[in-house]
Structures are given as C-alpha cells and as structure tokens.
Design a protein around this ligand. Structure first.
Ligand code: M6R
Length: 592
C-alpha cells in the first residue's frame, strides 16, 4: 500500500535513482507518483497521476541535485487520485517535503489546529498535515526534534520520509508500515518500503523497527527510538535474494512468471528445517483453541487449513479473516494459539489481530514469505515459505506454498510428517509436468470463449470450497469479470437463480468423498443452461470443457488452483488489463 523510495548519497542524479526505485515498487500502489529532490537552491517537486512506469526517460529532465531525493507511488486512501493529492507533500513555506505510507488517523483535529495558526492546505490528504506540523515545530526546534514531536502527536500506522530545505539529511520513521535501509557504497543510503527496490544497488540492509526512526546525512546514519534522544545500535544484514528473482526475465508479466515458478517453489517451501514445523505442530496439539487467520487470499488459505486439519489431523481449527478476529477476543486465553498467514507480512488487519492476541497472552505463529516483515518479527514462531519475492498483486506462488506448509503441518500433527512430505514432493513433480506451453494453450481456448462474459461462478465442496473462493478472488482481481465462489451444496438455496444460458461455471471435482455430490451440483447448473468447465483428474460427461489436473489426493487444492491462476492471467491479457497492477488494488494492504 504505497511505495516509498529515498536516496542520500553522492550521486547528482538522485531523482533518476529514485524514479527507477519507485518503478520497482509500483506493485504497492500505482494511482499517482511523485518525487522531491534537493538542489543548491531548494526543493524541487515533480508529480503526476498514473503509473510511474509510464514516465519516459525524456520526460524526466531533472535539475542537478545535491544527492538527496525522496519518492512515492500512491494507493489513494484520503483524497481522490489527483496531482494535488499525489505525494510528496510540502509545507506552507515549502521548507519540508514528505512522503507517507499509512493513515494519520487524527489528522483532522491537527489540521484544525494548524489552520488556526495560519497554515493553508492545498490537498485533501492526511499526509499534507504532517508536513505542516513538522514545519510548525521547526519554527522553534531542530529538524530531528520537529519530526520526533510530530510523530508523537500522530495516531495510526505509518512510514514517513522527510527532507528539509536547508538540511542535508533525510529522516525516516515507522510505526506499523515497513521501511528498510539499504547500505550502499561510500556513505550512500537507500530507504524503501521493500528490499527489491534497491537490490540492484546493495544487498546490505538495516531493518527499521516499529517506533524507530533514522537520520541519514552525508557521512553517517543514526537510529533512535521515537521517544528517546539516545542513538541505538542496529545490525547490517546481508540478504540472500538476488536481483534476478525480483525481475520479470523473459516473461511479459510478473504474474505469469510467478505462476511458472511454482514448478520449483513448492519444493523450496517444504525443504526446510523440519524442526520448525514439528515445533509448531506441538503448539497446535497443546493449544486449547487454535485460530488460523489471514486476509484475502491468505484468508482463504486459512479457511482451507481448517478443512485440511479436519481431514488429515482430525483436529478442529477456527479460521477467520484478520479484520474479523477482534470479535473473538473474549475466547482468547494463554492457552490459545494464533497462526497468522501472510505473503507480505505487512497486512494491517492481520497485524492488528496479532496485537489483540498478544495483549491476551496468546502464542502467535506466522506462516509468511517476507521473513523480515512486521508479522514475522512479531511472531513467536516463524515458518517461512521461501518462495522469493512475489511482485504481481495477485498472489500465486505464495498461495500454493502456504497451502503446502499447512498440509505438512496437518501431517506433522498426526505424526506423519514424512508421508506428508512425500506427498508434496510427488505433487511438486506433477506440477512440473503440468506447467508447459501446451497446457497454457489448452486453457487459452476456454479463456477466449469466456473472455466477454459478465459473470462466472466457481463451485467446490470440502477442501475445494475454499479453493472455489480463492479462484473467485483470482478471477475478479485481474480479469475484472464478476466471479463468485460457492459451496456446491449451497447453489440450490439461492445462487442457482443467477445461472442462465452459457453462464460459465467452473466445477472443482477431485477424487474424494465429495465427487458425486459436486458432479450432481454441476448437473443442476447444466440443466439450467450453464456452461461447465471441469477442473478434475478425469473427464465427466457433464463437463463442456475439461481442464485436466493430476490426481494428488490431499494436495488437490494446490493443483486445482494453478489452472485457474493461468485462466485469470489469460483473461486479464485478453481483456487488455495489466495483470500485475490491477485497478484499485495494491500488493500489501497496510491500512485497516
Ligand atoms: O500479504 P498478505 O498475504 O497478507 O496479503 C493479503 C491479501 O491482501 C492478499 O492475499 C490479496 O487478497 C491478494 N491480492 C490476492 O491475490
């Protein structure tokens, strides 16, 4: 949710470096963009609506900078998508320029106070208020103290990066939204919302923790807790990710690259220290009440976890969206276990649920991709899914790896981790065979047939019900076709009224105890004119179009979602949507 990139170093082309960094962060927000940079005479601002990726080098014509620049790619929260609302925002006298990710919850109150003091505002954003507030404090205090005073007054989750006209410094502060410092060569520093943005320049990073801030000047970097004047020591960490894994390579989009990476990522997820999973399994067995939580796709994976545990471990799990978790707070005790599932590790609703749980002494575990994320750092037990950077907004490889980890965990809980691992190894090799150009061509035929429909539905039962819901998210977010998932048995209670001639309905049919019933549900739809696309190891007479998947038993949710990921991608391309940056969405949702 919004990308931040900043540079402080010797290079005079700092604005170009920031533009390039922002392009790598665009998946976090792409309504509008902007940069602020320092020249010998003051602060220059350039901003616009639209994607920064569309900015051509010839349109950049920046002045020579002093080597300090900050930038932002926006996902709008307060205020529409306009040039005025795009970041950076500046104070009245244009002495302060600032970029912000998150929400300044009490901004209206402070805006009122600043208006009384004579400040004039030009945008509808909460961010502009922070710039004015810092300027107000800097009338009587140093730059550092003014930022510290401002953040003391701010409620909400945020990351901010600030520059001042007469200072050679960048100040960055975080509370709840990510900021990472990249340590370059010879006093060169990068600050970004995510590591891939500066991977090209350095692999040395320092994580800014919650309630910390850093002051970067030309010769050094210092870190502080928000409320203390004394500098703190921070460790430089060398990270493993390589630049290539954060790039598209020969693929036209990240989404299809990440779908194809599933040939490999399942193995990466399961081939990790088995002790971590055994430890978590022990906690699940010991707990009196376990909750799996997540949001969006991760929420559907949490729901699938409930089914997998019922089936494999014969154990009841509660599942819930991060945003709904607070409604269960009266059931939380020191014996409860919370397992948070997240790709980015920065989802605000999931983080808030973890905070609620921790306040009540609940043990918290995380199944997460970004190991340096807030969720990973807050958890008592971390199971990394190890799929490398996932940049397309639509989650694909992280989803299947999360499912693989939950499957393995369920096996670990029934004492059969070795069997679970073998099953997943076999599944991974079947996925490897499945993901070939012929398979894509085959799915493309059905994509072409349904590309102009208004609505489509996905049905499943048992472990395929959460997958039907996840399939709907995938289709909605990149194709913009109205798609809904249903439990097969629920159709006759209402949704079947939506079926008319040729309405596409995807039926997820695995060889399990639900097979005959889901086939009956597909037949009911077909009798009302529906066009049945079957995802199944076998062809069945009710199918109008058959998408074959391997017969993998308990891992069928993994193999069933993959062709739908491909279908969603192909529909997006056929409908001329950008599958990597779907409208109105952002990769990590750091607002509540
Ligand atoms: O980073 P997270 O897994 O916590 O993100 C949660 C959701 O925002 C995310 O899964 C979202 O639904 C995806 N765009 C779905 O593809």
């Amino acid at each position: 949710m919004c990308g931040i990139f900043a540079y402080n170093g010797k290079k005079k082309n700092a604005p170009e470096i920031v533009v390039e960094g922002l392009k790598r962060l665009e998946y976090r927000g792409y309504d509008s963009w902007g940069i602020a940079y320092k020249t010998e005479t003051g602060i220059e601002i350039k901003k616009d609506v639209g994607k920064i990726g569309d900015l051509k080098p010839s349109e950049q014509n920046f002045k020579e900078s002093t080597g300090i620049a900050i930038g932002h790619s926006r996902w709008a929260t307060h205020g529409e998508v306009t040039k005025q609302n795009a970041h950076p925002h500046v104070s009245d006298k244009k002495e302060i320029a600032l970029v912000h990710n998150g929400i300044f919850e009490n901004y209206l109150e402070i805006k009122k106070y600043l208006k009384k003091k004579g400040h004039k505002f030009t945008s509808q954003t909460d961010t502009e208020v922070i710039a004015h507030l810092i300027e107000e404090h800097s009338k009587t205090h140093s730059f550092e103290d003014s930022v510290k005073m401002a953040i003391k007054e701010m409620e909400g989750r945020y990351a901010i990066v600030v520059i001042k006209k007469d200072e050679d410094k960048i100040i960055a502060a975080r509370k709840g939204s990510p900021l990472i410092v990249g340590v370059g060569k010879e006093g060169e520093y990068f600050i970004a919302s995510d590591i891939p943005a500066f991977l090209k320049h350095t692999k040395k990073v320092i994580y800014l923790d919650d309630n910390q801030l850093c002051v970067v000047d030309k010769s050094k970097i210092e870190f502080f807790e928000h409320a203390s004047p004394d500098p703190i020591e921070k460790r430089i960490i060398e990270i493993e990710w390589d630049e290539e894994s954060a790039e598209k390579g020969e693929f036209p989009h990240f989404m299809i690259k990440e779908i194809m990476e599933q040939k490999d990522t399942l193995n990466r997820a399961i081939n990790q220290d088995p002790q971590v999973l055994e430890d978590l399994a022990k906690e699940v067995k010991k707990a009196f009440g376990t909750y799996f939580i997540g949001c969006g796709t991760a929420g559907k994976v949490a729901m699938l976890g409930e089914y997998l545990f019922a089936k494999i471990a014969k154990k009841h799990i509660n599942c819930c969206f991060g945003s709904e978790f607070k409604n269960y707070k009266n059931f939380l005790t020191e014996k409860t276990l919370l397992v948070a599932i997240s790709q980015s590790g920065e989802t605000a609703d999931t983080l808030e649920a973890m905070e609620i749980a921790k306040e009540r002494g609940v043990k918290v575990a995380a199944i997460v991709n970004v190991e340096s994320s807030s969720i990973a750092r807050m958890a008592d037990i971390v199971v990394p899914i190890k799929v490398g950077p996932e940049k397309a907004v639509a989650s694909t490889k992280a989803t299947t790896a999360q499912i693989a980890i939950l499957t393995l965990l369920a096996y670990a809980c029934n004492g059969g981790i070795k069997n679970g691992k073998q099953l997943l190894i076999n599944t991974a090799s079947q996925i490897n065979d499945m993901l070939n150009p012929r398979y894509e061509d085959y799915i493309m035929k059905v994509a072409k047939k349904i590309k102009d429909v208004e609505s489509m539905y996905i049905i499943g039962r048992g472990i395929n019900y959460p997958i039907a819901l996840e399939a709907a998210i995938k289709l909605q977010e990149v194709s913009y076709i109205h798609a809904e998932g249903f439990a097969g048995g629920e159709l006759k209670h209402g949704p079947i009224a939506l079926i008319s001639k040729e309405t596409p309905v995807i039926a997820l049919v695995s060889n399990d105890e639900n097979k005959n019933e889901i086939l009956s549900n597909a037949t009911e739809v077909k009798s009302r004119g529906g066009y049945i696309i079957g995802v199944s190891p076998e062809n069945h007479p009710v199918f109008d179009y058959w998408i074959k998947v391997p017969d993998t038993g308990h891992t069928s949710p993994i193999v069933n979602i993959i062709p739908i990921q491909i279908l969603a991608y192909q529909l997006a391309v056929l409908r001329k949507n950008d599958p990597d940056k779907p409208r109105n969405l952002a990769k990590s949702v750091t607002v509540k």
